[in-house]
Design a binder for this molecule. Structure first.
Ligand SMILES: C[S@@+](CC[C@H](N)C(=O)[O-])C[C@H]1O[C@@H](n2cnc3c(N)ncnc32)[C@H](O)[C@@H]1O
Length: 199
């Protein structure tokens, strides 16, 4: 099975789920983007060595480790669940290419995505349904504010996009849909990536 194989290669553990405790409304559970989906995304979407990625709701860090290993670019993962965050940190210790992150950083921040201070060189933002659209709007506002301060081209990548996220980006922000990457191997029609760009 691909999930176990890739985890083993990277010396990390990212399979499985983690629900939030009862009563948490706006925050979604942990579940990793399938590795085959990441393979497909990066067949069609190219990263440059000057890019810097932020995964909002990074979970155990699968997307961060995959990108760091494959493209050797800096990646930040923001995670608000303390147990899941601890697992990302454990993964960082066992990660096979950990010596590489002294040259190219891979960094996990414990906290809420809506409180993350967007850095002037962050330019690719990844979301796999981490939270409600209300929180998403806050995070996108922070991204737009950062663009205002440090003008640059920025991409937002949505995996398994929710209609409310799409509607918000389309009707309330200057982001334009650039690419749609489908995953016909998976039966669910929502299994796809949407890439939006602000130029
Ligand atoms: C569906 S998982 C995606 C994991 C990872 N990005 C991936 O694609 O493999 C969503 C993650 O977002 C986290 N999360 C939910 N609300 C959050 C918030 N407000 N700030 C940061 N992380 C959050 C959850 O704990 C969970 O680990």
């Amino acid at each position: 099975m691909l999930e176990k194989k890739y985890d083993k290669e990277l010396c990390i553990r990212t399979t499985g789920l983690r629900e939030w405790d009862f009563g948490v409304e706006n925050y979604n559970r942990y579940e990793a983007t399938p590795y085959m989906a990441l393979d497909k995304l990066f067949q069609h979407y190219k990263l440059k060595e000057t890019d810097k990625v932020v995964d909002f709701g990074a979970g155990r860090g699968r997307v961060a480790f995959y990108i760091h290993n494959r493209f050797q670019i800096p990646v930040t993962g923001v995670e608000a669940n303390d147990k899941t965050f601890d697992e990302a940190i454990k993964n960082k210790e066992s990660y096979k290419y950990k010596l590489e992150y002294t040259k190219v950083p891979i960094y996990f921040e414990y906290g809420l995505a809506e409180h993350y201070e967007v850095e002037s060189n962050d330019n690719i933002f990844y979301f796999f349904n981490p939270f409600s659209v209300k929180i998403f709007m806050n995070v996108v506002d922070n991204i737009l504010q950062s663009i205002k301060e440090d003008h640059r081209s920025v991409d937002i990548i949505l995996y398994y996009p929710m209609p409310k996220y799409k509607k918000y980006l389309k009707t309330k922000t200057p982001f334009k849909l650039l690419n749609k990457i489908r995953l016909p191997e998976l039966e669910d029609r929502k299994e796809k990536f949407l890439v939006y760009r602000y130029t």
